[in-house]
Ligand binder design. Structure first.
Ligand code: SF4
Ligand code: SF4
Length: 196
């Protein structure tokens, strides 16, 4: 039974002398290749050359520190629950006395990992986070040779104290306004050994 009219009868005719030489085919192929030399390149020489990206491009995550340099993440797990790709895993630990300058909350992420091969850069982790601890940035995830190198731990995710990453572009107007309200626990920062 014939379902469509798209079938083609394959020719079984003998090749001519010129066809057996393959010369016309080779010349035709070279002409196509040659014509591409004068066309605009579709590729760029990354990483030396970068394509322009949108201001709200979602790339490699950052785990933020607060104004005093303490890690904001409290290992609540909401980002992991929100992640549709199940790319986030973490282990929590209790903050000890004297570690207030290191970790903002009483609980912190002892380990925090994102599998960049699983991640689809949807940004839902960022939306779910109640502590403004995780943001996606405009950084492109590095290429690697080994699969395990794509599992990013805190060493790659937490921002460096002396090399802060600006995420203001990713904060909505509502969040920016909320952060200006004094007296809210979320907006408090450690001064001395007290949150103020
Ligand atoms: S960006 Fe999306 S997929 Fe990637 S870790 Fe966050 S929630 Fe998961
Ligand atoms: S990044 Fe945010 S949502 Fe995820 S565990 Fe830390 S505080 Fe919770």
């Amino acid at each position: 039974m014939k379902l469509t009219n798209r079938s083609k009868v394959v020719s079984n005719k003998e090749q001519s002398f010129t066809e057996r030489l393959y010369l016309p085919g080779i010349i035709k192929g070279m002409a196509i290749t040659g014509s591409h030399l004068f066309k605009r390149r579709a590729t760029v020489k990354y990483p030396d050359e970068l394509r322009p990206i949108a201001a709200v491009y979602r790339g490699q995550h950052v785990l933020k520190r607060d104004e005093n340099g303490a890690e904001r993440c409290t290992a609540c797990g909401l980002c992991a629950v929100a992640c549709p790709a199940e790319a986030i895993t973490m282990e929590s630990a209790e903050r000890k006395k004297g570690e207030e300058g290191l970790y903002r909350e009483e609980k912190y992420a002892k380990t925090y990992e994102i599998n960049m091969l699983r991640c689809i850069f949807c940004g839902l982790c960022e939306e779910a986070c109640p502590k403004e601890a995780i943001f996606l940035t405009d950084r492109i995830v590095d290429t690697e040779y080994e699969r395990e190198d794509f599992v990013y731990g805190k060493d790659k995710l937490v921002e460096k104290v002396d090399k802060r990453i600006d995420v203001s572009k990713r904060q909505t107007l509502e969040v920016a306004e909320f952060k200006k309200i004094p007296g809210l626990k979320h907006n408090e920062v450690w001064k001395g050994n007290k949150l103020k």
